[in-house]
Design a binder for this molecule. Structure first.
Ligand code: PLP
Length: 399
């Protein structure tokens, strides 16, 4: 194992991989640093974002939801609630933002194949879509539990030409899918490139994925200045690995008056194994090739996790989040399965927008926050994805 100094956020991040993979990641890093400044690369990505993905996504003022929250809070309270509509991206979530970027990178590097993991299937779907567009071979590793829970996404990935590998060991969810995908990658470094699903993993993934996702915050800043004539009081986003959150936060980090909230899944409760609230209950460690905060058992092994939303069901969090937490710039809070489910119904019925269960965590906390703020303030909630994939899960729990 070799430790490189590159890609650190404070004391978090880095790359802890064997030499063979490290050599390949070093090559990707060098290529990426060049391409990130390359005019042709940037303009091709911009055009794809506009014409293929449907960017910019709207910043939507929730008139009905705001009114409802105002009715529940005291006089002159209830901030304006805006949603950044990442659910309106092609494939229905923010993940396509970095998948198109990474697939374009793969093409510039002359790779033939992309290997990826997926939890809820949203990353798998986005990467399968990007691979279909670029004519790349696509192999997606997915835990058996998620394959069953998210069968429609599995069918979609297959339809798009991806090879879906069902992972049968351990908890059979996202953690094991990552392990399995890394093993496959190591066996085919020459032809393939790994495309991680969040701002996690070894350097340069957390930086690359953040850069591709930061389009969310860049647009949101422009939009809120135009629509509200000022910056928001706060920005709220759900946190699994942390890509949609870092994406919307990044352009606001320098704006010290804007509060940033990351909402973690509290699942069924505070007991280890019942949630996936990594920052709130985790400890520093090294896992999946990077140093960050992880949910760990007393003996330091990685803990089991639970969340109603497969996309948040991960025992780690991006290293940049650990850093932002350590300097106090972002506040990490939690939301239970039940509160997320209530928010899922609330947004559907007040605004006619069915949110992803992941995003519902941010909506629940955002509504709570809005009720405590003066009505002259506004907040932005990142609506990371749409809820079509979750309808079976929700109706099974609320027949
Ligand atoms: C995957 C996913 C998430 C969680 O991933 P992050 O990297 O934390 O953003 C959140 N929302 C949706 C809709 C997702 O698909």
């Amino acid at each position: 194992m070799r430790k490189t100094q590159k890609g650190y956020f404070g004391e978090f991040g880095g790359s802890f991989m064997n030499n063979e993979i490290q050599r390949e990641l070093d090559k990707i890093e060098v290529a990426y640093r060049k391409l990130a400044k390359d005019k042709a690369f940037i303009s091709e990505l911009r055009q794809l974002q506009r014409d293929f993905q449907g960017r910019p996504t709207p910043l939507y003022y929730c008139k009905n939801l705001t009114k409802k929250m105002r009715a529940e809070s005291g006089k002159d309270f209830g901030a304006k609630i805006y949603l950044k509509r990442e659910d309106l991206n092609h494939t229905g979530a923010h993940k396509i933002n970095h998948c198109m970027g990474e697939a374009l990178l793969a093409r510039y590097l002359g790779k033939r194949k992309i290997i990826a993991e997926t939890g809820a299937g949203q990353h798998g779907l986005a990467i399968a879509t990007a691979c279909a567009y670029f004519g790349l071979e696509c192999e997606v590793h997915m835990g058996e539990v998620d394959v069953i829970k998210q069968s429609i996404n599995v069918e979609k990935m297959k339809l798009l030409g991806a090879n879906v590998i069902t992972v049968m060991n351990g908890q059979r969810t996202l953690k094991e899918a990552v392990d399995s995908a890394f093993v496959a990658y190591e066996q085919d470094l020459e032809n393939s490139i790994y495309c991680i699903g969040s701002v996690v993993g070894p350097h340069p993934f957390p930086t690359m994925v953040r850069d591709f996702q930061s389009i969310i915050g860049k647009e949101a800043k422009r939009q809120i200045k135009r629509q509200d004539k000022k910056l928001p009081f706060a920005i709220v986003a759900c946190v699994g690995g942390g890509s949609n959150a870092i994406g919307i936060f990044h352009d606001f980090i320098e704006e010290e008056n804007v509060f940033l909230y990351g909402v973690e899944p509290l699942g069924r409760g505070e007991k280890l194994g019942d949630h996936a609230a990594t920052m709130t209950y985790g400890k520093k460690g090294i896992f999946h090739g990077y140093s960050s905060t992880f949910l760990q058992n007393d003996d330091g092994t990685i803990a089991d996790v639970h969340s109603i939303s497969s996309g948040l069901d991960y025992p780690g969090i991006g290293p940049e989040h650990s850093y932002l937490n350590s300097i106090g710039r972002v506040k990490y809070v939690t939301c239970s399965d039940q509160d997320a489910m209530n928010a899922f119904y609330l947004l559907s019925r007040t605004e006619g927008i069915i949110p992803a269960l992941e995003s519902s965590h941010a909506i629940a906390f955002g509504c709570k926050l809005a009720r405590t703020l003066p009505s002259s303030e506004s907040i932005i909630i990142n609506l990371s994805g749409r809820g079509d994939k979750d309808i079976a899960t929700v109706t099974r729990l609320n027949p």
